[in-house]
Design a protein around this ligand. Structure first.
Ligand code: TXA
Ligand code: MG
Length: 375
């Protein structure tokens, strides 16, 4: 549907997070690969909420998203309100097929090549925006982030709505992104009209964000499951933005505004423990750091290391030592679990920095706000 038609069709917002607590419908889809008639009806209800400028949380393969019409400045404003998100942090616009971006962005060859290779999937491309996308969606930028998710529920919902859906991660701002519908309910119950549960997210970290720079060069603004190695193997010259590995490099006006905000942080203080320069094991390093501390401590460690921690530690399993996909999938749930367990501090194993490990590293250094301890 064209922007102009839609702008006419869209009405006043019906659901506003700043009003009194609303009832949140929680609908679970048991089998996302074989949706039932009842599931289709729920998706219809969700699409109706979206076209009426309301908000719906839905599953994607990366993390849960908080959807709003990408053509409505009011709906975008409600997204910021519901999340408590700074309004200069732009939203990603989701489509059910890459060519739908034509109606609101200036597509280019790199976009279509990336789309052919990696969409639907966990990658987001920054393009110049057309005027039909309100400034509230893009935080005042003249560019727009475009993503075509692969999750069947996300695709069905965008298709049914018939318009592009602006969606940040469906967490309260600053909290770890939600990888289950339960996480969304925890953060947004009573603040939005509907949550669709499509099970745990397969990837567990947000999409890779890239900006084409011409001449076969792309700038990596946020690492994700479409890795630097995959982009290089596709023939791209990949410039990794300095803020990816050093949050302090983000400065006041980073390439990706989201990079300057505190992110992914549980209530507890998170420490990243780097034992790469010593013979100490992770457990030995943690024990030496923690010897004098009182209160409760959690560790995020490889499964094989769990047995090395004495009773009293909350041991959060990040997966098999060599399974970086599992580390990615479990990270945010582990950070949330740390809070559920009421710990005062969390020590986290240093992730590998290649493949999807770079995305895990990027999230952990933000969660720990620079508390990196080197041995
Ligand atoms: O996997 C994902 O991308 C998830 C799911 C729901 O699709 N969404 C997500 O959205 O992570 P959010 O809002 O949590 O993160 C969006 C990121 C931010 O870092 C933001 O700065 C960046 O994308 N971004 C959005 N529009 C941009 C633009 N025009 N230029 C540069 N960065 C942009
Ligand atoms: Mg987010």
């Amino acid at each position: 549907m064209k922007c102009s038609t839609l702008l006419q069709r869209l009405t006043q917002p019906k659901n506003c997070a700043s009003e009194n607590k609303m009832k949140t419908e929680f609908y679970k889809i048991e089998n996302v690969l074989e949706m039932t008639t009842a599931d289709a009806e729920a998706i219809k209800r969700a699409a109706e909420i979206l076209t009426n400028n309301g908000l719906v949380a839905f599953p994607t393969e990366t993390v849960y998203g908080l959807g709003a019409s990408a053509y409505s400045w009011k709906a975008a404003t409600m997204v910021y309100e519901a999340k408590g998100r700074p309004s200069d942090n732009p939203l990603i616009v989701h489509v059910s097929s890459p060519d739908e971006a034509e109606s609101f962005a200036q597509t280019n060859d790199i976009y279509y090549d990336i789309a052919d290779r990696f969409m639907p999937g966990p990658v987001t491309v920054i393009l110049k925006k057309n005027p039909c996308i309100p400034d509230t969606v893009t935080g005042g930028l003249d560019s727009v982030a475009v993503r075509c998710p692969s999750h069947p529920v996300a695709r069905a919902l965008i298709h049914e709505t018939g318009i592009p859906i602006a969606a940040p991660s469906a967490n309260l701002s600053g909290r770890p992104s939600p990888t289950t519908a339960g996480h969304v309910l925890h953060d947004l119950d009573g603040r939005i009209p509907m949550i669709i549960d499509g099970g745990p997210c397969r990837v567990g970290l947000e999409s890779t964000v890239i900006r084409p720079e011409g001449d076969g060069t792309v700038r990596l603004l946020r690492p994700g499951a479409v890795t630097v190695e995959m982009l290089r193997a596709a023939g791209y010259n990949v410039l990794v933005d300095p803020a990816v590995t050093d949050p302090s490099a983000a400065g006041k006006n980073p390439e990706s505004p989201g990079m300057k905000y505190k992110h992914y942080a549980p209530e507890a203080d998170v420490y990243l423990v780097d034992t790469s320069g010593s013979k100490l094991s992770f457990a030995e390093a943690v024990m030496s750091l923690n010897a004098e501390n009182s209160g409760k401590t959690a560790v995020i460690c490889y499964r094989s290391e769990a047995k090395n921690f004495p009773e009293g530690y909350v041991v959060l399993d990040s997966g098999g030592a060599a399974d970086a996909d599992e580390h990615a999938r479990r990270l945010f749930a582990n950070l949330r679990q740390a809070d559920e367990s009421g710990v005062d501090r969390v020590y986290c194993h240093l992730p590998e920095k290649d493949g999807i490990g770079l995305a895990v590293y990027n999230r952990v250094i933000r969660a720990c706000s620079g508390r990196i301890i080197k041995f």
